[in-house]
Design a protein around this ligand. Sequence first.
Ligand code: CUA
Length: 343
Amino acid sequence: MRNLKHYLAIAVLIALVSVLTYLGMVNANLFPVEASAQAVDIDWLFNLQIKLIAFFFALIVVPIAYSMAVFRRETGDTSDSEPIESNTPLEIAWTILPLILVVWLGYIGADNLAKINAADPGALEINVVAFQWKWRFDYPQGFSSDTLYLPVDQQVLLKMTSPDVLHSFWVPEFRVKQDVVPGRVTDYRITPNRLGDYKVRCAELCGTSHAYMEAPVKIVSRAEYDQWIADQTAIAQANAAASAANPDAGRGQKLYESLGCKACHSTDGSGGIGPTWKGLYGSAVALSDGTSVSADDAYLKSSILEPGAQTVASYTAGAMPASFSNLTDGQIADLIEFMKSLK
Ligand code: CUA
């Protein structure tokens, strides 16, 4: 069989080019470090796909390049090549084999997804609010932070929502990415397993400052995490006591910015997703059910804590997230003091 040496040469070249392509792609450092248990499974799947990509690249490119180099038309040869009819065994093979491959990839993909989503009933739950253009992390102890502190080797469940537009929670080192959708709570599960400083960035175009919508993520030891929680809780309690005794418009303004009220409520009378705060305090507010209420302390407080109870006429019911129900009386007093200052 005179073609045997060509088949052998092509087979050897395919093996060689596959290995070299794979090594080249793996050593190109396509991924940042792995900082979650889920990243290990995801990278395993990526690695498998890189192997397949390298093999199929070689399988296609090597025969083309080999044919171009070895079977070149000789000068002066104007004859046609032999006509090709069909090759039934080959056609059956290239239909069945990719089918098996794709079904197998679908199976291991689903299996991998189940592993990544595996829920630990003892997961630490933190509420995340993404808004134009900041991240806010509400801890179960009743305080908010603009840095996401996580203890190492414990699964965390982020309950994420947005008061304005679509955002997306993405820490490349965790690998998993999840959209944050207005009017809905999306889950994000991760088990951080590597100490260090990382960054969450928004991965969904959400307006002018989308590119700057980042927040620090700190993975710390259990002891350091417990200490941080204790410190933050003490600070929040001290602030709450001070605010309740003596509400302050300046502190209220800081909350207005850091909590994300700013995303929907203007302070200059201009329109927004929610009513402006300018001149709001003490005014008569028309509700969607046709009645009217006075915007006094009690009304403003209940609007923050239970935004679904009453809707202001001509605004969308449910636009205000329920995620402000953990504000302390002191924080609410500061916010109302700030509203009073906006005449
Ligand atoms: Cu938020 Cu992009």
